[in-house]
Design a protein around this ligand. Sequence first.
Ligand SMILES: [Zn+2]
Length: 219
Amino acid sequence: MSGWAERAAAAILPLSVARNLAAALKEWSYSGRFFDLEQAHGTCELCGQQDLRYHFEIDNRQTSASLLVGSECIKRFEIAGLDERGRRLDAAATGKLVDRHRRGLVEDARKQRVMTALLTLGQKDPSFDAANFMDFVDDRGSFTPKQVAMIFWRLGTAGIEYRPTDWKVRMRRDSDLGQLRTMTPAAYRRFTAALTAAQRKRIAEIEERFASYGQSWRG
Ligand SMILES: [Zn+2]
C-alpha cells in the first residue's frame, strides 16, 4: 500500500465495519457539509495532510462516525457524494460537487476580506462611505476602475492591508475603459494590480491597437 493508503486505512478501519480499506471506503460518503477554518491550520483526518484551510465532512452511516478531510482526499479515495435524494454519486459527479463547494468557500472568503477592508477603512476614515461600497459588493460584485483606484489609494493611506486580486473590476462598458484613459499613472498602477489575466490581456490588445495607428492609448 502507498503511504496515503496506509494512513487512510489506519484512520478509517477502526471507524468502519469492513476490515479492508477498499470495502471500508464504500461505507463512507461526503455529507455535503464543509467548513472554512479561516486560517490554513487544519489537518486531514484521513491522510494527515496539514495546513488545510477548508474541511469537508465524510461520514459512515453504519458506524455513525465522521471525519473532517481535505477535498483532495474525497477525490483520491473516491468517497461518494450524495445527490439531493441521498443517492450515491459517481466519482466524476462527486468531484464536481466538491469543487463547487470549495469554490463557494473560496469566493465567500474573498468577499469577506473585501468587506472587512471596507469596514476597517470606514472606521479609520469617517469621510469614506463604507456602507455604500459594501452594498456595491453585495449588489454588483464588482467596482469600476476609478472606484478601485480610489479605494486602493485610501486603504494604502490608512495603512490597511489588502489583496488587490480580491477586488473585482468591471471592464465591460466603454465608460469603464474611458476611466482608464484619464487615470493618473499612479492610480493606473494601483488599479492594474486588481486585474485578472484575461483583463490584462484585453488591455494589452487595446494598447497594441492604438500603437498600430501610431497613437498612445493613455495620455
Ligand atoms: Zn487527506
